[in-house]
Design a protein around this ligand. Structure first.
Ligand code: SF4
Length: 173
């Protein structure tokens, strides 16, 4: 982690381009307001240097990754906010109507439960063996395997953002 080094404009430009590519490849869109988006991307890089992970630039991170898992960008709340409001809480990600200028970004209320702002343990359990059903908490992608994928193939969230679904076992007999 490096708090003292300034994030350069070139680094922001490069990360902006990367996020834009990844978003479009996955069916998501960055906010077309370039200045707003540039500042948010810069905020992600500043937080990554500060905490070691890209905490949401619009929320107060604790500095404890396990406690902040739900607000590592893209956060757990992006998809429901896109669905309900057409933008994520920060308006870094927007829906296609906003992207195409058919509607403006409107305020998005905080969806994060208040108690999570103060305490959250990692809920990514380690299975004892065998195949489990893993769910990406960011986009809902499901896969059955021994361990979660390193990166979600849909939204690019990292493996710590996956949870094991608890399935009811129906005894046959
Ligand atoms: S997706 Fe979530 S974490 Fe990322 S900028 Fe938007 S609100 Fe913040």
């Amino acid at each position: 982690m490096n708090e003292s080094r300034e994030t350069t404009a070139a680094e922001v430009d490069a990360y902006y381009a990367q996020l834009d590519r990844e978003a479009e490849a996955s069916g998501y869109h960055l906010n077309p307001d370039r200045e707003t988006t540039w500042q948010l991307v810069r905020g992600l890089l500043v937080n990554k240097a500060r905490y070691g992970y890209q905490a949401c630039p619009c929320r107060l991170a604790s500095g404890d990754k396990r406690q902040d898992l739900d607000i590592i960008c893209p956060c757990d709340y992006r998809d429901p906010d896109l669905s309900d409001y057409g933008a994520c809480y920060c308006s870094l990600y927007v829906d296609s109507d906003v992207r195409e200028g058919k509607k403006a970004v409107r305020p998005v209320p905080e969806r994060r439960p208040a108690q999570l702002a103060t305490a959250q343990a990692s809920e990514t359990p380690t299975p004892e063996g065998g195949t489990s059903l893993w769910r990406c908490r960011v986009c809902g992608y499901l896969c059955a395997r021994n361990a979660p994928p390193e990166v979600c193939p849909i939204c690019k969230a990292k493996k710590e953002r996956f949870e094991v679904l608890k399935l009811a076992v129906i005894a046959r007999g």
